[in-house]
Design a protein around this ligand. Sequence first.
Ligand SMILES: *Cc1c(COP(=O)(O)O)cnc(C)c1O
Length: 411
Amino acid sequence: MPRFDAHPESRPQTRFETRAVHAGREDFARLCVHAPPLDLSTTYPVADLDAGTASFDALVAGQAQAANPIYARLHNPTVARTEAALAQLEGTQACVAFGSGMAALTAVLLERRQHGAHVLVVRPLYGTADHLLASGLCGLEAEFVEAEQIGARLRADTALIVIETPANPTLDLVDIRAVVAAAAAVPVLVDSTFATPLLQSPAELGASYVLHSATKFLGGHGDVIAGVVCCDEARAQPLRTVRAATGALLHPLAAYLLHRGLPTLALRVERAQANAQTLAERLARHPAVKRVHYPGLGTVRNAHLLSSQMRGPGCLIAFELHGGHGAAAAAMAAVRLITPAVSLGSVDTLIQHPAGLTHRVVSEADRRANGITPGLLRLSAGIEHAEDLWADLAQALDRAMAATPERAEAA
Ligand SMILES: *Cc1c(COP(=O)(O)O)cnc(C)c1O
């Protein structure tokens, strides 16, 4: 039985970069392998019925593993190995993996719905997360508030607080410690996708759930859709029960690819972040650009939190063009090296238009109220050479200016 056994007590204390390389691989010497075993079984033989029943009961109750995985919707050893690695990187007892970031958020909402019907949410956040919460699809009534209002808006039936920091797409920062303090006993979920576990550790600051769209930096190569929730074991168990009941699984091949991306996470993020800083500085001086949002320039809401809750400004930049929607569309059409596409956190640089794409599902009034303007573009820096990226971006911005001369002057 290919069970994963990390023996955490026997591991030496290591730093993030080292853990990223070795996490979830602790049993390789014993197994005599050098790459993770990929287990694609959907079912597992049950020769001893009583032992099988005990395993079934344990997995349905949300145990991390059992003597027999029984059925792949209940447990998969390759997925469990990736989860163990991510828990180590996020500094939590457990990690529960899902088929996407949205499936991960849905599982937390469904679980919390059993504790109350009210959820407090700080905007902006990922467009589809905003839509899922605003729609009430999971049976929770979402109330959108400023972070500073949380204490005053708590109700007896408040089951969860949802924040995203840095926020998508404006890169605003939210004070995790202050939100946790205001939340009292209500659990706080932090979507930490933009920060990655390298740059921010929300659980250390008191967050109960740390959510990542692992589709982004964790996978890192644009070929895996995945979501994870890192939390303590007591909170992980009911999430596994929801996962088994709803089937929002991460496929083992996706888990394998996700695990494969982790050893280079620190290298990728450091390089992409250095590129982002360079591009942000140059964007701020380009005549086509009205405003740059980047924590490393201090030009986002609560930029002071960069030094107190993050270990770096990250790899995402948002910037607004003088020429509005027309200029943004022209810039997206003009890039030759940078990929005009949604998503982020890949090795290649991506640029997209939040109002027209990722945040399309948010109402126009809410978009405008949260700084998602027609001229706003979001760039996810990749690991290419900074000079090549700037050359491409600068020529695209020059073309955007040429395409919208009258609006550029008006703005
Ligand atoms: C992409 C994203 C999500 C959703 O994740 P999927 O894997 O696409 O389902 C959630 N939050 C943030 C911040 C994201 O960028």
